[in-house]
Design a protein around this ligand. Structure first.
Ligand SMILES: Cc1ncc(COP(=O)(O)O)c(C=O)c1O
Length: 402
């Protein structure tokens, strides 16, 4: 072994570069249309209000906001979040049930640290959020994939898996789900299945991590109650973020959970970063208090709905027969299946070099290694013209491979 390999801990061999980061690099280097990252449209950033909030914060509370803060987060923000959660249907008994994070990604890393011993079973949707897989992987769990259809996790298949794991005396630590407008698949777990999932968590004794960045970005008048709002036993850890409703550059997320779980998360966060920036937390606090977020949501929904519709229309027009895709009721992504003989990891080489368009190949979202003929398309970031042109180019690239 050569320098510096001998110094790295063994688990670092399980750290993987996100394919999305690689794509973003390609995009930065050339004149490429990107359906890759999950970036919000900069048109949705409330710049002027943020300037006003930060100016007020520093003028009136500078000593506090420019100082270290508590690990659990600004009380004012947690209190506003408690109201915000109530608006979403989640009853939070105390602000101490809320922990502020430096991005919800910090929560994913924390769940790995706090819950996973080597060999523990972690249940993941097929496909699931790539950065969650990458966050849990270094702790060496046994990932078990859960099949989905248009209504999310297929409960009968989950029950079969749970019975089998029980017969093998395997310890299931948690089921990680993005139940509403899933990333990457764009599907939403039906209400009936949500209820059954909670019953199964109780029966088979596991936690549910509900990752919920998208339930306020809906384009259809559909009611979806968060799993946390139906959680009678404290089994659901609710994770959310300001990234898609305010700005991802602030790196702010939060957890709502049972006191005992929060206590452990606080200890884990303390060694990760001591505290999340109080100044940035104040921006989120101000944006909630002044209803900037609540009002901005109307703009976000209208803009992304138009983009989603444009992409669905372009897919109909330009994609060849034998392709199918999801029709998300919200969120930022459409998931596509191309004919099985097309490998989307191979296809992306033609796309990036010849056709100047990129997407995320779907295989890395599947913990069982399937999905070689799938891709995730983001519609929030590209312009309407880029959506039309990019889907046209992608359609040509696929046809060339058939
Ligand atoms: C399902 C899911 N979880 C977590 C995140 C990460 O969000 P944050 O920017 O708060 O780290 C994202 C971002 O795209 C996401 O889609």
């Amino acid at each position: 072994m050569v320098f510096p390999e001998t110094f790295f801990a063994e688990r670092t061999s399980l750290l993987k570069a996100s394919e999305i980061r690689q794509l973003l690099k390609w995009v930065a280097e050339g004149d490429i249309i990107s359906f890759g990252g999950g970036m919000p449209s900069p048109a949705t950033f409330p710049r002027q209000q943020i300037i006003e909030i930060i100016t007020e914060g520093i003028n009136e509370h500078g000593d506090k906001l420019l100082q270290y803060g508590t690990t659990q987060g600004l009380k004012e923000l947690r209190s506003e979040l408690r109201n915000f959660m109530e608006w979403k249907g989640i009853n939070v008994s105390s602000i101490d049930n809320i922990l502020i994070l430096s991005g919800s990604q910090q929560g994913l890393d924390m769940f790995g640290k706090v819950f996973i011993d080597e060999g523990d079973v972690v249940l993941m949707e097929l496909p699931t959020y790539l950065a969650a897989i990458n966050a849990f992987k270094p702790y060496n769990p046994e990932f078990v994939g859960l099949k989905m259809d248009d209504d999310g996790i297929i409960i009968s298949a989950l029950e079969r898996i749970l019975k089998k794991l029980e017969s093998k005396h395997k310890k299931i630590k948690f089921l990680y789900t993005v139940p509403t407008c899933q990333n990457p698949a764009g599907v939403t777990l039906s209400m009936e299945r949500r209820k059954r999932l909670l019953e199964l968590a109780s029966e088979y004794d596991f936690l549910i991590i509900e990752d919920d960045p998208y339930s306020l970005i809906l384009y259809e008048p559909i009611e979806v109650a968060p799993l946390k709002s139906m959680d009678a036993e404290g089994r659901v850890v609710h994770l959310s973020t300001f990234s898609k409703i305010l700005s991802p550059g602030l790196r702010l997320g939060w957890i709502v959970a049972d006191d005992k779980l929060i206590e452990k998360f606080v200890l884990a966060k303390q060694v990760m970063d001591l505290c999340t920036s109080p100044l940035l937390q104040y921006i989120a606090y101000g944006a909630l208090k002044r209803k900037v977020i609540q009002e901005n949501l109307t703009k976000i929904r209208a803009l992304y709905k138009t983009k989603r519709d444009k992409m669905l229309e372009a897919l109909e027009t330009y994609f060849p027969d034998g392709c199918k895709w999801t029709r998300p009721i919200g969120g930022l992504f459409i998931f596509v299946w191309v004919p099985e003989r097309v490998n989307t990891k191979e296809l992306i080489k033609d796309c990036s070099k010849k056709y100047k368009v990129v997407y995320v190949p779907g295989q890395s979202f599947f913990v069982d290694g399937s999905g070689t003929n799938t891709m995730r398309l983001n519609f929030s970031y590209p312009t309407m013209e880029e959506i039309e042109e990019g889907i046209k180019r992608l359609g040509q690239a696929i046809k060339e491979r058939l």
